[in-house]
Design a protein around this ligand. Structure first.
Ligand SMILES: C[S@@+](CC[C@H](N)C(=O)[O-])C[C@H]1O[C@@H](n2cnc3c(N)ncnc32)[C@H](O)[C@@H]1O
Ligand code: SF4
Length: 451
């Protein structure tokens, strides 16, 4: 059976196959984890640890039709100001639980659109965060920037606050595609923003682009990728457009008859991929490319690539604290998610409590399976010796898990003494193979039975 027919049969083209930015995935979190667990997990962080912090801003000036992110549109700055006040109270609350000497390895502001924050709010929030958790030597501060929602004063404030990595949303440069996805963004604007970012000394630039968009053709995606390469980003996220109108209602505005077929999606990805490789970029995991000098490319080469809620990362810290509505935190003990609705989050913080609504406490089985999935998503390889060294699993049990996965994908995977590998030709299957190790996802049984 070819990779393509397996993909068709197994449902990779089904947008519901998890991207495994966590294990278990967020739909499997439960209400068993609340504010007291979250506070306890924060208090258990040892003194002098390096942690990571994610700050979520769930507002956008415009609501792009294609976007599946949970965010609110607002023309006025008032809700953003009110929200920033809540964030400040949340940072103060965090301060009361943290042990001394904790430092920040990575700070990331995402959304939504964090550049909705006015310069004074950027300054105040960053200053308060660093007052509570100072930046570690070599720490990084990255921010998601919508090129249509940024100007010199806000960039100046971000750079003065210490931003040393920028991530811009591009999606596609083609005007007809931009019109079809409700996101107009002239190439000249993106170029000008890139120049403004670099002129301020920010040397690390990431760009997000999408394949599988309406009206996208091989010629058009090649043209967009060439334009992007002219901007010389250090990293690129090449995401497959996820059409999930049942989750994101504004996607109902997307002309479904103009969406590429599953076969065309694969071709679009491959065209973009070849262009990045030809330009010297290293392929990272299932959907990233980076210049070989970039820290993510180096982490991938050294087998130190990891997966977290932002996708791929070179962050090895086991602790990520999420601030703001809907943010998810990760601890060695488990996951904790803040209230997704801004109103509920605000209410809890104003009452002096964390807003944790859901989460998951890890069992030994979760951490084993989570690592097996992460290894496949990051390295396309499960290293048998490493797993036996790091986890309380017998060789017989591990071999049984690996064999079951290999048998579900006849002739597509390599199982040998070193472990289980996904060869390059089978990489489009990666999420499906990872799903074989997901004990919570019942739908995989249906698919493996169909092979
Ligand atoms: C949370 S958004 C923030 C970007 C920022 N607000 C901007 O507009 O540039 C981060 C990225 O998620 C990706 N994204 C959003 N909706 C998506 C979808 N339906 N399918 C795939 N990727 C999506 C986009 O590539 C986007 O740049
Ligand atoms: S792509 Fe960015 S600006 Fe557009 S709706 Fe999503 S988060 Fe907001």
């Amino acid at each position: 059976m070819t990779v393509h027919s397996q993909l068709m049969q197994l449902g990779l083209f089904d947008a519901r196959v998890p991207r495994y930015t966590s294990y278990p995935t967020a739909p499997h979190f439960s209400g068993a984890i609340g504010p007291a667990d979250f506070a306890g997990w924060i208090r258990s962080i040892p003194v002098n640890t390096e942690i990571s912090l994610y700050l979520h801003v769930p507002f956008c000036r415009r609501l792009c039709w294609f976007c599946a992110c949970r965010t609110q549109g607002t023309v006025s700055d008032d809700p953003v100001r009110a929200y920033a006040k809540v964030l400040k109270a949340e940072i103060d609350l965090l301060r009361t639980h943290l042990a001394p000497g904790i430092r920040l390895a990575k700070l990331h502001w995402g959304g939504g659109t964090p550049t909705m924050l006015a310069p004074d709010l950027i300054r105040e929030l960053a200053a308060q965060i660093f007052d509570v958790v100072p930046m570690a030597d070599g720490g990084t501060f990255s921010v998601e920037i919508d090129p249509m929602e940024i100007d010199a004063p806000r960039l100046d404030a971000l750079v003065a606050a210490g931003m040393n990595r920028a991530s811009i949303g591009v999606q596609d440069f083609d005007p007809q595609i931009q019109a079809a996805i409700g996101r107009e963004q002239p190439y000249e604007t993106t170029l000008a923003v890139v120049e403004m970012i670099r002129a301020r000394g920010v040397t690390s630039l990431n760009a997000d682009i999408l394949y599988g968009l309406p009206h996208q053709t091989p010629t058009r995606i090649a043209d967009s990728v060439q334009k992007l390469l002219a901007l010389s980003p250090d990293r690129v996220a090449l995401y497959g457009y996820a059409h999930v109108p049942w989750m994101s209602r504004r996607q109902q505005l997307i002309p479904t008859d103009a969406l590429p077929t599953p076969e065309e999606r694969l071709e679009l990805f491959e065209i973009a991929r070849q262009l990045f490789l030809a330009d010297g970029y290293a392929e990272i995991g299932i959907d990233h490319f980076a210049k070989p000098s970039d820290s993510m490319a180096q982490a991938a080469k050294a087998g130190k690539l990891r997966r977290n809620f932002q996708g791929y990362t070179d962050d090895v810290s086991p602790i990520l604290i999420g601030l703001g509505a809907s943010s998810i935190s990760r601890f060695p003990q488990g996951y904790a998610q803040n209230a997704p609705a801004t109103a509920a989050h605000t209410k809890a913080i104003r009452a002096g409590q964390f807003s944790t609504e859901r989460g998951h406490a890890f069992t030994d089985e979760d951490t084993l399976r989570g690592r097996l999935i992460e290894a496949l998503m990051c390295d396309f390889h499960i290293n048998r010796a490493e797993i036996l060294r790091d986890f309380p699993v017998t060789p017989e049990r591990l071999d049984a898990l690996l064999t079951t996965a290999a048998r579900a994908f006849p002739q597509m995977l390599v199982l040998d003494a070193t472990g289980l590998s996904i060869p390059e030709s089978s990489r489009p299957l990666t999420r499906m193979v990872a799903r074989m190790f997901d004990a919570y996802d019942q739908s995989k049984a249906k698919h493996s039975a169909a092979v």
